[in-house]
Design a protein around this ligand. Structure first.
Ligand SMILES: [Fe+2]
Length: 187
């Protein structure tokens, strides 16, 4: 459908609401947003908040992977030690993508462990469990992480945020695979 200039401008105004104001020196009738991209302030803050909650949970999980990687003992040592290195390397990359996605929305990614512990549903583990319990604890972490990821995906889809949706769906696939493998390991 071909739209004339007047119709396009009106639609843009309706869509962006308060996020639009005339740019100084711009052509009359031309509008720009206060921020980049396509979301209102409330929408980008909601997306950043959801991403920060996921970031906090992922950081707590990441540190648990390191703890178990370092401290595992017994007959499963090589299996657990090596597999957790793969997992924390993957988690590290995911965490970086989440934090940088928060910056896309012009917000600050949570960056300290005190903030992570406050915002995270997952709890840290200060103990050194048996290898069997390590796997059990990680299985529980995966469930919580995937729940957080679906919350972020649902929000992103509701706001037509294709970038966040695609990124987090990829994480879901990874974590679901770990859930299968670690579950099979502990059978
Ligand atoms: Fe290592």
């Amino acid at each position: 459908m071909v739209q004339n200039k007047k119709t396009t401008t009106t639609m843009a105004k309706q869509k962006a609401g308060k996020g639009i104001k005339a740019k100084k020196g711009s052509t009359a009738g031309k509008v720009v947003r206060n921020h980049s991209l396509r979301w209102s302030d409330a929408e980008r803050k909601a997306l950043a908040h959801s991403l920060n909650t996921l970031l906090a949970n992922y950081q707590v999980h990441y540190q648990k992977l390191r703890n178990y990687h370092w401290n595992v003992t017994g007959g499963d040592f090589f299996d657990i030690h090596e597999n957790l290195e793969l997992q924390y390397t993957e988690a590290q990359a995911d965490i970086d993508m989440i934090a940088e996605r928060v910056r896309v929305f012009h917000e600050r990614p949570l960056s300290t462990f005190s903030e992570y512990l406050k915002a995270s549903t997952l709890k840290e583990d200060a103990t050194v469990p048996s290898s069997t319990d390590m796997v059990k604890n990680l299985l529980a972490d995966y469930v919580t992480l995937v729940d957080r990821m679906y919350e972020t995906v649902d929000l992103a889809m509701g706001l037509s945020d294709a970038g966040t949706e695609r990124m987090v769906k990829g994480f879901i696939e990874q974590i679901e695979k770990h859930h299968w493998m670690m579950g099979a390991f502990n059978k």
